[in-house]
Design a protein. Structure first.
Length: 262
């Protein structure tokens, strides 16, 4: 069977807020395979095809243009997977979803320049309008193009003030947590101090996936967060709360290393 690509997206998401999609590349074959580990929309190995309810189909790449980065590869043993997390808020389309409604998403992944791309099975996602007070206020903050760019590309310099508002006033929202991670990963001292609280209140696997979401080729935020996450797990008694295998799995996901397939 070889490589199998799956895309997971929330069944319902809010228009104008972050939407995280998880991309899994699994080796279902009998032999090890060396493949690209660049599981993001920005470096050219992944694209997502989005079809709206009216049948209009668009191909989505990363925002900010394709950076000139070296190929990163990983050896994937049979039964292993490598995982990427993509924030669909802001892409080559600008705001990826401009209207509420149901969309169908399908990922295309190229494991190497010499191999034909693999397609995931289509998944469906319903986009609804913001409803709660927090959703409306976060959506208003993210109306600013620079704020969407900063949050999705994990490059805070263009909208630091908006990210700080998200991280301090909207701590219970996904966008608030992502903003805190971006600022802490950019070594903002005020938010670095808040990381331990966030690490202690979110399960390790979810945190590892969020770190993947802000690990982009446009900044060193993901690298710094992975280091801080590793330090937290080593210096706190995580073994009292989590099995050793779960800790190792979370750290491997955060680092973009292979883990056993589900």
């Amino acid at each position: 069977m070889g490589i199998v690509v799956t895309l997971e997206a929330p069944e319902v998401a809010v228009l104008g807020l972050s939407q995280l999609a998880t991309l899994r590349v699994v080796n279902r074959g009998q032999s090890p395979m060396v493949i690209s580990s660049r599981l993001n929309l920005m470096e050219g190995d992944v694209q997502i095809m989005i079809t709206a309810a009216d049948g209009v189909r668009q191909i989505v790449y990363g925002a900010g243009g394709q950076p000139d980065t070296a190929l990163r590869q990983v050896a994937l043993s049979p039964g292993q997977q490598v995982i990427g997390v993509i924030n669909l808020l802001y892409t080559s389309l600008g705001l990826t979803f401009s209207e509420a409604g149901r969309y169908t998403l399908q990922a295309e992944y190229a494991p190497s320049p010499r191999v034909n791309p693999y397609l995931s099975s289509p998944v469906s996602m319903e986009l609804r309008s913001p409803q709660s007070k927090d959703e409306l206020e976060v959506s208003a903050l993210l109306q600013k193009e620079e704020a969407k760019y900063a949050l999705t590309l994990a490059e805070p310099s263009s909208a630091r003030d908006e990210l700080k508002i998200l991280a301090t006033r909207f701590t219970d929202t996904l966008d608030g947590k992502l903003a805190l991670l971006v600022l802490a990963g950019d070594n903002e001292a005020e938010y670095t101090a808040s990381l331990s609280v966030l690490f202690s209140t979110v399960d390790l696997i979810t945190m590892a996936l969020w770190i993947r979401a802000v690990s982009t080729p446009f900044s060193s935020v993901g690298k710094h967060l992975t280091e801080k996450f590793s330090e937290y797990v080593e210096t706190h008694d995580a073994t009292a709360k989590y099995p050793e295998l779960e800790i190792k799995r979370a750290l491997s996901i955060a680092k973009g290393h292979p883990v056993t397939a589900d």
